[in-house]
Design a binder for this molecule. Structure first.
Ligand SMILES: [Zn+2]
Length: 171
């Protein structure tokens, strides 16, 4: 496990798109370990991280499960690891303050669905399906967006979005 540098907003790797993982390799297992390590012990710890944020164009995300989800599927080293994740169902609405390790120091209230069902593969490439709500639903949506080059501020109205982007440029 190693801490890697988190890529910041403005770097083209964050909007370049990702490849699906067709086969688990030692290199991807190492990336997963480093995603978990960087999420927990990096310069700014967080609750989720996506592979492009470490400069890897692959469909892999990790999340720190809130206590009520600790025993869930897809856990490795206490973190949820999702390979090729896809949101297959979402419902409800909730406004939660979001930040992003690629946009340090900037947060905004973002409205998103409050519950989601996510399908994907775990670290051993077994199929998993997680039905989650609240904080974990929020983390999954935020991290899966990173695989599509999308940021939390893309959900704001144009005026708020400009304000947040201006703040990001100054940091
Ligand atoms: Zn983020």
């Amino acid at each position: 496990m190693a801490i890697r540098e988190v890529v910041h907003h403005g770097d083209p790797i964050l909007t370049a798109g990702v490849r699906v993982v067709e086969e688990m390799t030692d290199e991807i297992r190492e990336l997963i370990d480093d995603l978990i390590d960087t999420m927990r012990r990096g310069e700014t710890p967080g609750v989720g991280l996506a592979a492009p944020q470490l400069g890897a164009p692959l469909a892999v995300v990790v999340a720190e499960p809130p206590p009520e989800y600790e025993g869930t599927e897809a856990v490795h080293n206490g973190a949820i690891v999702l390979v090729n994740p896809e949101i297959v169902y979402s419902s409800g609405h909730e406004v939660i303050e979001e930040g992003c390790l690629s946009c340090p120091g900037v947060t905004a209230d973002v409205e998103r669905p409050s519950s989601v069902i996510v399908k994907g593969l775990d670290r051993d490439m077994n199929e998993v399906k997680l039905e989650v709500e609240g904080a974990l639903a929020r983390i999954f949506q935020h991290e899966i967006d990173h695989l599509y080059g999308k940021f939390f501020f893309d959900y704001l109205n144009p005026i708020k979005r400009q304000l947040v982007k201006a703040r990001i440029r100054r940091t």
